[in-house]
Design a protein around this ligand. Sequence first.
Ligand code: GTP
Length: 357
Amino acid sequence: MMLRTHQTLLDQMKISDAEIQSRLELAALSLSHFELLKDVLPLINSQVDSIVERFYISQLAIDEIAVLIGDADTLNRLKGAQHQYILDLFSGQYDSTYVNNRLRIGMVHKRIGVEPKLYLSAICSLKLILFEVLDQSMTDAEVLRQTKEALDKLLYFDTTLVFDTYISSMISELELAKKKTEMYANSLEVKVSERTAQLEELAKKDPLTGINNQRAMRELASVLLASLTRRQAPFSLIYFDIDNFKQINDQYGHLKGDEVLKVISECIRQHIREADVPCRYGGDEFCIMLPDADAQSAQAVAERIIASFAKIHPDFSLSVGIVDTGPGQHMSLDDMIGIADKKMYEAKALEGSRIIV
Ligand SMILES: Nc1nc2c(ncn2[C@@H]2O[C@H](COP(=O)(O)OP(=O)(O)OP(=O)(O)O)[C@@H](O)[C@H]2O)c(=O)[nH]1
């Protein structure tokens, strides 16, 4: 898209020569009106300075306008522009250059905050001053009447152009505001979905050890079991807890208990494969799901975990139950946990770190 600043207002507002023609017709302005206005150009030209002075005396008497004009430099610039506008009104040339200048005036008024009511009041006082000048100097009553009518129509024509720029500029502002709001809404959406993903991730993790909690394990188990059944592959579950953990807590304190739980999850991490799923099942109970592993390979993994845990905490022991299923039919996760739990209690009865398969 072409930059706005590279387009004239005529282009921006899509006002073609045909559109100008149609607008002149709507204002009932014709060549004869143009001629009438042009005929009084010498008269107006001779008095333009005093017309401008009178116009600004009337304008500055209105507080709202005086505030908007603000300072002497601005007033002088405005006087220069008004001087030119008055001469343009009587130029007899109401073409694209004329129209573009009117649109620009509208844009400037909108930008500095001149409301339509103030613009209309200004145009009205300019018209009265010009009418007075014509009244005082023109002798032919009929020509005077027609010239005033032409001027009136032309001022209406100009006013529609100025108002169109007001409206178009307001629409642009609205569109910009809408775009900003949409961008903000999009950025919020991205933030919310990022945060939701983070929260979902957190909801699956045990906060102490950082491994999966039971909920996440159950979700993963259903996916795993479906794929293992399809592939006719074996599946094992290691289930264990820390012996006399309550006593560890009681004797050394809760923090020490926490540290032991963290050491265990670290030992698990070190000895499992990428595809295995470790989980803190609850309290001092842990679970590891091992896809594509039979009980024998699961036992080897459990032995390695026990050995590395014993290196750090030789005085504590783990009781382990292992169950496997498949490769043909697979048990449900709950059935596996039920069996592994029983095995774990059998192991506990034997005392010391024991594994029952
Ligand atoms: N430090 C700590 N302790 C926990 C946490 N979660 C559970 N516990 C404690 O773990 C202990 C588990 O005790 P029990 O279920 O009696 O198990 P146990 O003492 O290991 O007894 P056995 O299983 O028969 O060997 C309880 O005292 C719980 O308070 C935790 O996050 N941190």
